[in-house]
Design a protein. Structure first.
Length: 131
């Protein structure tokens, strides 16, 4: 994400509805299929290894998890911690911004899981069989 003084001086708040605003790209990263789940897994703020994150997110490939972590790191939500040991040891944890956003993700996931039965019962049967 570009954060130079010229860009920051061109607006005082993001506008995700504008194609010219960088917030749209950040929103795409954090709300991606795997982005939200990475926030959820890292929500406690503790560093975790790549393999531990992957084990918790059922169905994510190594490639997609690596891309997601790289995007979230570039956006300032995730720190990549490299330990100078052999074999290499790398961990990931949320930054302060990541923890703030992760709290919002937790609220969203908690609401969804708490209301899932009601949501499913209000969905027409034909739609349920397509999922």
């Amino acid at each position: 994400m570009q954060t130079n003084d010229n860009l920051m001086g061109s607006f005082d708040r993001g506008n995700v509805l504008s194609t010219k605003c960088p917030s749209r790209e950040v929103l795409k990263h954090v709300t991606s299929r795997w982005g939200l789940l990475v926030f959820f897994v890292l929500r406690n703020g503790e560093p975790q290894r790549f393999s531990a994150i992957r084990k918790q997110i059922d169905g994510v490939s190594e490639k997609m998890l690596a891309q997601t972590l790289q995007q979230l790191e570039a956006d300032g939500f995730v720190d990549r911690i490299v330990y100078p040991v052999v074999p290499p040891h790398v961990e990931y944890q949320l930054t302060d911004f990541g923890i703030q956003f992760g709290g919002k993700v937790f609220e969203l996931v908690d609401w969804l899981e708490s209301n899932l039965i009601d949501l499913l019962s209000s969905t027409p049967k034909a739609e349920q069989t397509n999922h």
